[in-house]
Design a protein around this ligand. Sequence first.
Ligand code: IMP
Ligand code: MG
Length: 174
Amino acid sequence: MAERIEVLLSEEEVDKRIQEIGDQISKDYAGKQVHLVCVLKGGSFFMCELAKRITVPVSLDFMSVSSYGSGTQSSGIVKIVKDLDEPLTGKNVLVVEDIVDSGRTLSYLLEMMKERGAADVKLCTLLDKPERRVVDVRVDYTGFNIPDEFVVGYGLDYDQKYRNLPYIGVVKFD
Ligand code: IMP
Ligand code: MG
């Protein structure tokens, strides 16, 4: 089956929105340090772009979880594949994600981070598919709400492909 990528959000639109979120975060965390936690691999492109636009002191850490196989459906099982390097105790944690879909991954992770003693745990996602929510998750910063379609680019993959696209596209099968 041939795949084709249709542009949903252009590089300019995404970059402009990331700047706006960066400005908002810089205001909200004024006088504080923010500890960005990236969920690999999808969140990495967004996290780097966002971090460059935050003007308060920033520290970074990374974790990797698996909740998906190679298809496009959530399994509901969250496994920590790579844990954080640093303790979260007393930190203002801001989890940076590529997309919130069913919410299963995030609700699990946010709970875990609170249990690890973070002073504060907030969530920032580039994309949100509200229609798909199964588990309620509070999102503090959202780039774009998008319709229920499988998207790629800006870190998001389809079978490990297309993460490097500088825009968000929808995978079409012709
Ligand atoms: P959730 O636990 O169902 O919210 O799944 C979140 C994760 O599923 C995201 O971090 C992505 O890795 C993956 N995911 C969900 N929707 C898409 C999509 O449209 N394209 C690519 N990956 C997706
Ligand atoms: Mg992800």
